[in-house]
Design a protein around this ligand. Sequence first.
Ligand code: PLP
Ligand code: COI
Length: 365
Amino acid sequence: MANAKALEFTIERNSAPVEANERAKLLENPGFGNLFTDHMVVIRWSENLGWHDANIKKRGPIQMNPASSVLHYAQEIFEGMKAYRLADGSTALFRPEENAKRFQASARRMAMPELPVEVFLQSVEKLVEIDRDWFPSVDGGSLYLRPFMFASEVFLGVRPAKEYLYMVIASPAGEYFKSGATAVTIWVSEDYSRAAPGGTGAAKCGGNYAASLVAQAEAIEQHCDQVVFLDAAERRWVEELGGMNLFFVMDDGKLITPPLSGTILPGITRESIIVLAREEGLEVSEEPYSIEQWRGDATSGKLVETFACGTAAVVTSVGMVKSRHGEFTIGSGGPGQLTEKLKSRLVDIQRGLSEDRHDWVKRLF
Ligand code: PLP
Ligand code: COI
């Protein structure tokens, strides 16, 4: 099934799309996650038919039976990726096959059917094409794509469902962090874990985010932008933020990032940064780094920068870390020099401003 060929899509254009003037106004200040385009993708899976009934149609509410399994047992996964308008006016995706493969890996972990890579790519490309007028006009803007899949079977028994809906929606996006800050403040969650060994931490499933929200609420209460999770077993090793991976920059230029131990999400930005940093001649080590080391190294000056990275937030410096045991500042508390350099290296490739040596950029039209 995972290698099945492309599907035939039925395309039904929205007959009442958002009017051009109104759309232009919305696109001046999109923020993150507020705005949605005119269309969406819907594909069905059933045990009998496999993947079928591929549609692109007007974005709108879907009917849910209250006994749909996802509403009870949270069998749901998603992806996050961006389409970019390049400097030459063309449109591109960044490493979309990696999202497709991670979506399959998430599906396997959640006992869901794997969407063929080819169909995943078709679905996002077709949506970008039909909603091509929805690219934000703001600096750094992009069209954020959210493919997702959930158990739609009407059944309350606890077992993998036999029917699923795969969908893609698109959301014009600007900055992820509302404050527009050049460095963010992080709250260390000491009471809550996001993921445990053997759990679902490496899958991009909604349940992981549900589990993170009480800690994220605590972070907001503490006037922090994001929460950082420690490992569940020892409550000691720094893992990742609620929606981003982390890198630590040492004074000798070495970078450390937590290893993919199965409890953190294998970020595509993380992997790209590792490649780009090594190209710059920097040493990058995937090794456990503890909260005590973080505090000690920041205080002694051995640690000069920390940054978070992910599709939505791109690359963002961490300026300050707070916990119930006090707080510490990283470097000057502002944006880090190497962080900014690596961010530019990445963004320039994504935007077609510098050479794409790794064939990461997939041009669409
Ligand atoms: N970690 C978590 C928990 C995330 O939600 C994300 C965002 O997708 C990331 C890391 C970064 O992953 P990526 O770089 O593939 O967007
Ligand atoms: C992303 O970066 O795409 C994410 O999924 C993180 C967050 C918005 C959930």
